[in-house]
Design a protein around this ligand. Sequence first.
Ligand code: DON
Length: 571
Amino acid sequence: MRAFVFLKLIFISLLVVSCTDSSSSLETPLIQAYDYDIIKELTLDEAAVVSAHPLASEVGAHILKQGGNAIDAAIAVQFSLAVVYPNAGNIGGGGFMVLHTKDGESYSIDFRETAPNAASKDMFLDEGGEVTDKSLNGHLASGVPGTIAGIFLAHEKFGKLPMDKLIEPAITLAELGFSITEAEAKGLNSKKTDFEKYNTKPPVFIKNTDWKDGDTLVQKDLAKTLRRIAKNGKTEFYEGKTAKLIVEEMERGGGIITMDDLKNYQAVLRKTRQFNYKDYSITTMDLPSSGGIMLQQMLHMALPYKLDTLEFHSPEAIQLMVEIERRAYADRTEYMGDPDYVTVPTQQLTDSLYLISRMKDYVPGKAGKSESIFPGLEESEETTHLSIVDKEGNAVAVTTTINTNYGSRVVVGEAGFILNNEMDDFSAKPNAPNAFGLLGTDANAIKPKKRMVSSMTPTIVTKDNKVFMVVGTPGGSTIITSLFQSIVNIIDFKLSPSMAVNAPKFHHQWLPDVVYIEKDFSPQAQTALTAMGYTLEKREPIGRTELILIDEKGKIHAIADKRGDDSAAGY
Ligand code: DON
């Protein structure tokens, strides 16, 4: 139990007792916003939520208990994350939702940010043609936010409870405050100078003394914004007072998002990317995320090599997977962009013969070299994921982002929320690395209204059309390799769900030609890979995976990554 200095045990009544489902039992649920547990693993019978913050997961579980479905819960969790997890949870960013309904249908919602109308290809280059830091820091870094449009589209198509009930918990948490975790305190302290530098009005995140574990964070402006959204709906954010506050913030800080940009923003219901891996069907996000195509490429490159005959984290298995990852990232760099603006050769990139041929220069036991691996076709930090299943059989995977930690660090004056720095996901100039070291070409160049390529890969794995796994993670370029590894860890290496998430991960993204490994990576594997000719580099934790697995007996295993405050809830 987290205990706090003043033994504040304030019970916040989160949900009012009325809801549309008259059959549910309606006692008022209570969430202790000042004293809560981080729960890493739960085995449940009916429904589960895993997200980056215990309070948000609790909110999701309460919505499910009140008769809400997985989509309702995802919406309530997303709003709550915007309050309790400001470094990534957001209403000022964008993301993707993948869902599988109880009727066996799959959908995805694309609410990725777009470039403002006044954006231009070279906007982040200085006079000498060098890339500046403006795609990451301050007002110009923000794309037009998509989260609110995505949430409302999801609610209109699939929601059950009224929207104000789903926002209410977030309003309460913002208004009355909650205790921050040690990680959040560290995060806020580390960005204090940035918050001072990039804001035109001092946000609540700046305090005279350092933030500490257990401090209360109250966000009155954000509470008011959420209340207005609850009352006026989506247009509040895109045309109402909130829109005006965003544009005023832009004008004060030299940004370019206009009322027209906001008014014209549209979330899009897109076809999911669907493919088989062994006996499983994988449903995931298609472009403008590169994740779905690359996950398909990686799993299908792996198929002929029978990963299940290799030992987990044996040098042979790691080497094979590194070489697969290298080749998929080379293709991403060259070909991927917003499909509404560029023609991406998706069919060829996922063709099974192409993927077999892609591995023809793979030599077991010997490191490949990125300088001799090219995009393959012949010419012809901060993000957060949530996974939810409900008792009806609906499953939802949502990954949203404001890009790096605390996004652009710009908090919209009087509106209290952080804006993204997603413009950095465009390629500011051909082959200049972005914050994640990713390269791009013209396919991902900046154009007004265009969506920047993403790595976010919310994914649902089904077997015989029943949900088997709901999974996703933040981590920039490492998202796709984490997903690849979490999936084969379970399907091929037969790890427990908890091990599949928490075992050390590795990552190769073509360039730089380095295998990134987590600090606790097996020393034996390190020695073997070095002997094969690989350059290894230890790095910060890879991903924060939220995974739900439903086993053959129908038991639900909800796993929250050990790498953060991530927490599971359910019943
Ligand atoms: O959309 C993308 O691929 C990136 N903006 C994601 C950023 C991210 O995952 C940061 N998290 N650690």
